[in-house]
Design a protein around this ligand. Sequence first.
Ligand SMILES: [Zn+2]
Ligand SMILES: [Zn+2]
Length: 129
Amino acid sequence: MSDNNKLVLNSLKINPKGLTAYKILNLLQKSKSIQPMTVYRALKNLTKNGLIHKTNKNKTFHLCNTVHVCNTTEAHEHNAVLAVCNDCGVAEELKTDLFSKAIKNIKSKKRFNFNNFNLEITTTCKECY
Ligand SMILES: [Zn+2]
Ligand SMILES: [Zn+2]
């Protein structure tokens, strides 16, 4: 794994509430001169490998919590299911394969591939309920 990928992973590790690409860039630029493109490339790469996930609602990136990413550099592709709070924006990756099973059975006219999907459930967390 490249150093830049590691830096991005670490910034997310210490910010469990998630960070936008812009905040990650700001954070890393405090200790290193790093180009926005470098950060975006790292985010794209880590997302593709399933090590981080992005919420559509908040545009924040989160460390995948189904694997100890600090110890692995291997791609970890899986169907991420994120729950995001409508009020405070807290996100949690749900450890479930329930949706994988259900979604694979959906008939699609456009022949979408349901082997690899991301699902985001926007709802209300316990704190805001
Ligand atoms: Zn994950
Ligand atoms: Zn909340």
